[in-house]
Design a protein around this ligand. Sequence first.
Ligand code: DX5
Ligand code: ZN
Length: 217
Amino acid sequence: DRSIKIAPSILAADFANFGAEVQAVEAQGADWIHIDVMDGHFVPNLTFGPPMVKALRRHVSTVMDVHLMISPVDAYIDAYADAGADVLTAHVEAGPHIHRTLQAIRGAGMKAGVALNPGTPASAVAHVLDLCDLVCVMTVNPGFGGQSFIDMSDKIAELRRMIGDREVHIEIDGGVDTKTAGTVVQAGADVLVAGSAVFRGGSVEDPAPYGENIRNI
Ligand code: DX5
Ligand code: ZN
């Protein structure tokens, strides 16, 4: 399914109100829910782990898309399967064995994603495309919401060519907004993560801006 999907990142939501935020943004038209897990080691910021993701599961009725910015990954795969992740994405830079990691994610019953930092070439995933369901192209250096977009159009187009007729999503993460969404879709992306561009101006009490923001991306 290559239709364009908007995946709000709860990194930009009210951390004391995740359940209600997820329900509000889904009611306003979110296609997937993007959940950013950071370990203070792979990236210079820290969010939450499996128990939080598991608690969120009963509030998410769409696709729960979990982006791991952690290293190492493998020891936590079963915990995210148990938490109910639909898509589990690991960074190719997070360890020497991305091939094993992707096999383990699928083996645990989830869709497998692989993410690339801005400095990492498309070729880093050339030999694992048969093992994944999603490639996430970072358009910021991971760790924080609200950063400005780094143009990766050539990498996106190259990945789309490499993927060929495989059923693999290309997800874009970082700095996606009304101005930047068009170029990444043009280049071949189909899942757009957006944090600040979705949650700005709204709240659980007044969620209508979430819907306007989603439609404007
Ligand atoms: C960055 C995260 C992103 C981030 C996107 O490390 O992976 O998902 O929340 O936020 P915006 O859309 O504000 O750049
Ligand atoms: Zn993310």
